[in-house]
Design a protein around this ligand. Structure first.
Ligand code: PLP
Length: 399
């Protein structure tokens, strides 16, 4: 720490220097992130309420009430009634809480197991490890969806939790949430649906007239869900949400911090001190945009994703792994010179493009977030064409 304080102007200079290498959403080069530039109104509200601490909710009853309203609204978006839960730091924490609840509600299973497909986000595996739960990983079929025979075979007397994903991290696919529910019907198994990404996409795609199988609280077996405002909700980071159907879970299993100035409140969040500003800002953003506003954002992202997927389909040397379901576009390398996605990604990175690469599936993906516009996609396609050309002449196995 410096002995004397320095001027704000100097600090801004220093920050500009230090942050110079950070990528910027506005360049359109960040193609592989599920986050985006938060909505300007949300940023403004967030900065006005920075001191609100939901780690001590008794001191901030107004903020707490807003959190309850917000959870209820997100729950309703996902067809739940009087849903409980919290605004948390993101999808990883929400997934942890969902998995943790499965452990808390099954105290008598000595060797607990969780079943999820290999599409599951790393946070599911991390949570299971932290909680001493064995993961039974279900293999994927040729469409990158869980093999349902394998899923069924992995459920046994030790299974305390099954996971379904509505909007997979790699390809944005919606796993068969209802079919997974059928596998556990009548069994005492917790069902957690990870809609961290899809939660703020699929409901608006449905409003636009697209049809998807049910994926949310409409399915009675679904106990908890993750849905992240800081992904397609355009909220400030950190804003995630854990949604809980049973209104008694937090009261029954929650922890209390005995010394708080505002009094005792039960909670299942990992964090103690947590930002009320995230809650207030997203509540305000929902009021401002309304369902129609979010629908418009999703429509634009979807149009860009459709456009990109058509370009990829028509380009020799790359292909779509599967048709797109939401605004995530997968890319396979089909050049004859190398089928390695890493080779393609390396060249793209040299030109400043930051995609998400899934080495295990040998594919990359572009998440068409609100900061990505059609001219960015045109530039990307142009670079992709140049790279493929550079890699050799006869690439395609399509013809
Ligand atoms: N779940 C899914 C499906 C995700 O794609 C991600 C992140 O990309 C997460 C959970 C984790 O979210 P976070 O990075 O906010 O912790």
């Amino acid at each position: 720490m410096n002995e004397e304080g320095i001027s704000e102007e100097k600090i801004y200079d220093l920050l500009n220097q230090k942050l110079e290498k950070d990528l910027d959403y506005d360049t359109g080069k960040i193609l592989g992130s599920m986050c985006t530039k938060p909505h300007e109104f949300a940023i403004r509200i967030f900065s006005q309420y920075a001191e609100k601490n939901l780690g001590d909710p008794g001191l901030f009853p107004g903020t707490l009430k807003i959190e309850k309203e917000l959870i209820n609204e997100i729950g309703e978006l996902l067809h739940g009634k009087n849903i409980e839960g919290n605004i948390v730091s993101g999808g990883s924490e929400a997934n942890f809480i969902g998995v943790h609840i499965s452990k808390l509600t099954h105290p008598n299973i000595k060797n607990p197991e969780l079943v999820c497909s290999s599409n599951a986000h790393i946070s599911i595996f991390k949570s299971a490890k932290m909680l001493g739960i064995k993961v039974q990983e279900v293999k994927l079929d040729k469409n990158y969806l869980p093999d349902m025979n394998d899923y069924k075979s992995k459920i046994n007397k030790n299974t305390i939790c099954v996971i379904g994903i509505a909007g997979t991290t790699s390809l944005g696919l919606i796993e068969p949430i209802e079919e997974i529910a059928e596998l556990i019907e009548g069994k005492n198994i917790h069902y957690h649906v990870d809609a961290a990404f899809g939660g703020f996409v699929i409901p608006f795609m449905e409003r636009l007239g697209y049809k998807y199988p049910k994926f949310d609280f409409r399915i009675k077996e679904v106990d908890t869900m993750t849905a992240d405002p800081h992904k397609m909700g355009m909220a400030v980071i950190p804003t995630g949400s854990i949604l809980i159907r049973d209104p008694d879970i937090i009261e029954k299993y929650g922890f209390t911090i005995p010394y708080l100035a505002g009094g005792c409140y039960k909670h299942l969040t990992i964090t103690g001190t947590r930002p009320g500003a995230s809650v207030i800002a997203f509540w305000a953003l929902i009021k401002k945009l309304g369902a129609k506003g979010f629908q418009k954002i999703v429509q634009e992202c979807w149009n860009n994703a459709l456009y990109l997927s058509e370009e990829i389909k028509n380009l020799h040397g790359v292909d779509l792994p599967v048709p797109i379901q939401i605004n995530i576009v997968g890319i396979k390398n089909t050049t004859k010179i190398s089928r390695s996605i890493c080779m393609l990604d390396e060249q793209l990175r040299k030109r400043g493009w930051a995609l998400g690469v899934f080495k295990n599936l040998n594919l990359a993906r572009v998440v068409c977030m609100p900061h990505i516009k059609k001219p960015h996609i045109d530039l990307f396609i142009k670079d992709l064409k140049d790279i493929i050309k550079d890699l050799g002449k006869n690439y395609s196995n399509k013809n």
